[in-house]
Each structure stands twice: as C-alpha cells, then as structure tokens.
Design a protein. Structure first.
Length: 605
C-alpha cells in the first residue's frame, strides 16, 4: 500500500481513527501540539494496528511523534506488564544528538506513565556506567546509537545480558534509516537485528529513499505499509524533498572571497540563529575559532564528530539560545530539531546531494519559515541545476553580500600570534582538499580544476603545506610569508615548552643519526682495511707453514709459477713448455743462467 498525503496540519488529535490514552493527549496539550502532521496521522493508526511501517517524509515533518506515541500505546496495551529488565521498545538512530533529542521527547510522555523507564545508550559516556545504570534501574524503552548498542549486546562479563532483556521486544524503530546505512552502520545493524525477536513491529523513518534502504525494508519488514508525504501544491509525480516554507538561495564567489562574504553575512544577521556547515572537522575547528574573534558580540559554538564529551553540552546550550552561531559538520544535518533556526549556511557543499537536503531541513520545521544559503565557486554553478533535477530542490540566486571587508589579514595575524591557529589552518586546508576530491558529484566538483593558490588565500595560509595534491606544482600567484613559520610559538606556555623539548630531542636524534651514518661509513672502510690485512697475514702464515726457509727468491719463484699457469690456461704457452719451465729447479735455473753468462763472456773474448 502506498499513501501520498498533502503536508497539511488540519487534523486534530481527536479526529484520529484510533483513540489515544488520556495521558498522551494531556502531554500533547502541554507541549502545544494541537494538530497532527500528515506523517503522524498516517503512521500512528497503522503502528497501533500492528502494521510494519516504512515512512518517507520531508525533514521537519514531525516524524518523532509518529513513532513515540505508538510505542507508548503498544506498551500500554500489552497483556503482561513489562518487568524491570524487560525491553519493550528499541529506537536506533545514527547520531547521539538525535538520540538525545528523541529521549527528551520520550521523557515528556512517560512522565505520565511511571511504570515505564527509558535508558539512553550513546557514545561519549562511560559504557561501564551505562551497564550499572541498566542493572540498577532497568529499562523498558531503549534509545541508542548503533555502536554503543552493539557493544552492550556483546558485553557478557559485566553481569548484563541484554540479549535476554530484548526477548520481550514489541517495537523496533530505525530513525533516519538511510543515514544509518550511509554512515557505515550496516554491520552493526545486522548484529543487533540477530538478537531481536522476529515477532515484532518495525518502523523505518527517513527523509530520502535509497537502494540500500529498500534492501533493509525487504529484509526487516513484513508486508510494510509504505507512506510517502509530499509537499502541498506539488504534483503527485514530483515529490519535493525540502519544506515548502523554505527559501533556498545560492551565491557565487571566488575561493579567496568566500570567507570574507561569510563574515559579512554573519555580521549582518547578528540577532538571528544560524547554522554554518563545513565539510570537515578540521575546518570547523579553524573557522569556528576565527569567527569567535571576527564576529563580535555573538555567541559562537562549534560541534563536530570528533568531539568526545563536550558535544551533548554544546548541543543543549545552543538549543537554549535565542540567537547565535553553530559551526558544524554533517553530524548536525540529520533529524536534529533546534528551535527557531533562521538561516542554514553551507560554506562547503556536502559530499552527497541528499545531505544538502538534510542540511536545509534544520530550518523551516513544522510549517515555520526558514532560509538556506550555499556558497559556490564560479566553476560549481552547474550544481544548482543538478540539485533541481536530481533532488527536486530548486535554488534561487542571491545578490552578492554587501559591505564585504577583507578580514584575511586579521586571520593571518591570528596564525602568526599563536602556533595553534597556524596548525589548525594547515590541517583545515589539507582536509578540505581531500574532502573535495571525494565529492560524489565529481563531474562538477573537479579537483584538477581547483585553484589551489586562490583556495590557500581564502584559508589565509602563511605557506602551503606539503601534500600529495600539490607535489611537483608551482604557484606563482601564492606569495608565502617571509616569517620563519618554525619560530611561531604557541600561546599556551606548557604546549610551547613541550614543543621546544621535542625540537631539542629531534635535533639530538638527527645529530645521532648523522653520527651513526658517519660511523657506519668509517666502520665499513675499516672493515675493508681489516680484510686486506687479514688476507696478507693469512698468506704469510700459509707461506710460513709451507717452509720456514722460504725467502724472497722463493716467493718470486712461486709468483712466476702462478704466471706460467695463467699463460697455460689462456693458451699462450704449450703444456710441454709449461712442464719444462715448471720442473726446472732453482739450481738448474742458476746453472743455466751461469752457463749462458759464461758463453757470452767467451764470445766477448
């Protein structure tokens, strides 16, 4: 069955085909959710009538309530009440921020139902603490990321048997299911699914449909009801993937002007809430620190996937702000619900077109207005047509940003003043080039057409890094600083002290290495000399063993015999001549020589 529904919000909760529990209705009123969204009105009755559901709806369409409410309803309707260690519902989601968000929504609803407990199993926390919490408090609802959940299933020696706890599972939900597969969680998902009972309700929720997701639907769902929610006013044959109240823009600027344009835009929207997406964690670290200095009187937060314990607090702090800037990677692109986001800025286009749609969806949520802007290089302008055709995501051109000031000299000054900033810039440039080379739309984002000198200017680099992509190339348009970058110091005194210590150790190591090479050369030469001396000693010893009365004359005779043998081998003398000369003893030789002298004297007389 496939249902295509208009994105309207006319339906009240009382008009739902199935009656909801009074506690749930009361919570909905408290949260001021007066009307259902289409995905909610479609999914909730189907879930509650024991159907498997595969729902595809634009981001920000209210998918979380579409599975939170049925989970509680199904657990309330169980014949046997769940015990402390029995898990009745499992929600798996790709990122810890999204898991945290779902957990907050779930907590609002189960406050009315004290018989249910939930647990959040995500990275960034101590797994031993999670084990102890589960053992002490139990859990009927588990919300988790795949990596941590798989780890919990594999733990046997900690006294936790999660495989036994999930035997009573009623509902499994995979939220942002396509992203779960994109992020490489397929192996973890297969491991997790192998522990779960086959008799369960399963829901898959996503904003985009992929071939990998289709395989998962066929493997994990039994005769699922497929629900596709389209935007109101869009033809049934064309499913728009971005919210209808989103104003989506693009602007064209050169690589060296890109950061200046970003800073000018942010200064003009100081009193609004903005997300700024970059392609890599290193770019977030570099440009985030720069924006903290260059955009005054604005709260700037940074968040990316390599952060460990700080992510949850940063996410919570930014959600609570009325205005501010969140500099982030695609870790914040999926399913994250941040209230009142006015602008989503994409400094770097994402590596995949589907991620572009999800980034935009952080604004204009649940029928609200929102804006998005992507910065493109002149050679990337055809990406606009690609998005319109491939992703059903039309963009309109924005006029160039006004009042642009060159802030790159200030960015260079930051790098000169602190080696930490210098290091961040170099890492950011390298990571950006590498990410560009991996873009899935390589016909538009061509690494060989990238102007590296212009890009380096845009990063305000003091010099170009050593990397394979730049090897053997010359960049006359890029002028490196005259300052010796090795002498730039860290502001952090302890870090600078450690660096100086490492430099001394490195210098000593190099000197030791050079000394070793010299010694090796000398040793090799001395070995050769020793070999020659050893040969001489061996020869002398051999001569001594053959006869102690061997004198210089005997030695010369031995050498003559050797020469004769060589002549014989070369065919220069016959065997008869060789035998005659070799058998001639020293006495006969002397006699022959004496007689020859005598005869000559006689001839002279």
């Amino acid at each position: 069955i496939k249902r295509i529904m208009d994105n309207t919000t006319d339906g009240t909760w009382d008009s739902l085909q199935v009656k909801l529990n009074d506690g749930i209705l009361q919570t909905l009123r408290e949260l001021k959710f007066t009307h259902m969204t289409p995905v909610q009105s479609a999914c909730i009755p189907l879930f509650m009538s024991n159907k498997d559901v595969a729902a595809e709806a634009v981001t920000g369409s209210g998918k979380t309530l579409a599975f939170v409410i049925p989970i509680i309803e199904l657990l309330l309707r169980r014949e046997e009440r769940l015990k402390k260690m029995q898990v009745g519902a499992l929600v798996i989601t790709p990122t810890r921020e999204l898991a945290l968000q779902i957990s907050e929504v779930m907590q609002h609803f189960i406050q009315k139902f004290p018989q249910f407990r939930q647990i959040l199993l995500i990275g960034g926390s101590n797994p031993i603490e999670d084990v102890e919490k589960f053992k002490d408090q139990g859990a009927n609802i588990v919300i988790a990321t795949p990596g941590r959940l798989e780890d919990m299933f594999r733990r046997k020696g900690d006294g936790l048997d999660l495989a036994s706890s999930v035997k009573s599972l009623d509902v499994l939900v995979l939220d942002e299911a396509d992203r779960l597969l994109d992020m490489g969680f397929e192996a973890s998902l297969n491991t997790i699914l192998s522990f779960l009972p086959k008799q369960r309700r399963t829901g898959l929720f996503s904003a985009t449909q992929t071939q990998e997701l289709e395989k998962l639907v066929r493997a994990g769902l039994r005769n699922p009801v497929r629900i596709t929610v389209k935007e109101k006013g869009v033809a049934a044959t064309v499913v728009q993937k971005t919210p209808s109240r989103l104003s989506n823009y693009y602007t064209i600027c050169r690589a060296e002007d890109k950061f200046n344009n970003l800073v000018a835009f942010l200064r003009q929207h100081k009193h609004e809430k903005l997300l700024v997406f970059f392609s890599t964690c290193a770019c977030v670290e570099y440009y985030g620190r720069a924006l903290e200095t260059l955009v005054k009187k604005v709260t700037v937060h940074c968040i990316h996937g390599k952060m460990k314990n700080k992510r949850n607090k940063i996410f919570a702090d930014f959600r609570a702000l009325k205005s501010g800037i969140l500099v982030c990677t695609d870790v914040m692109a999926r399913g994250i619900d941040i209230p009142d986001v006015n602008w989503v800025l994409q400094y770097d286009p994402p590596s995949s077109a589907s991620a572009f749609v999800h980034r935009c969806g952080r604004t204009a949520r649940i029928g609200n207005q929102g804006n998005a802007l992507v910065f493109l290089l002149p050679m990337e302008e055809s990406y606009v047509n690609f998005l319109s055709i491939n992703q059903k995501c039309p963009l309109q051109k924005m006029a160039p940003v006004s009042d642009v000031v060159d802030v790159l000299p200030k960015l260079k000054a930051l790098a000169l003043a602190d080696r930490a900033m210098f290091d961040r810039g170099m890492r950011a440039f390298v990571s950006n080039v590498q990410a560009y080379a991996k873009h899935e739309c390589s016909l538009i984002f061509r690494i060989k057409d990238l102007d590296f000198a212009s890009l380096a200017h845009g990063f305000a680099l003091l010099r170009l890094p050593k990397m394979p992509e730049l090897r053997g190339k010359k960049f006359p348009d890029f002028v490196e600083t005259t300052v010796d970058t090795d002498k730039i110091r860290y502001k952090d005194k302890n870090r600078e002290k450690q660096r100086q210590k490492m430099l001394v150790e490195l210098k000593e190591k190099n000197q030791t290495s050079l000394l070793k090479k010299t010694l090796m050369k000398n040793k090799a030469w001395s070995k050769q000399k020793t070999k020659k001396e050893r040969r001489k000693k061996t020869a002398a010893k051999r001569r001594h063993d053959e006869g102690s009365d061997v004198d210089d004359e005997d030695t010369e005779e031995l050498l003559n015999d050797t020469r004769l043998l060589k002549k014989l081998k070369k065919g220069q003398i016959s065997e008869d001549d060789f035998e005659k000369q070799i058998t001639r003893g020293p006495e006969s030789k002397h006699r022959t020589e004496g007689s020859s002298h005598a005869s000559s004297e006689e001839q002279d007389v």
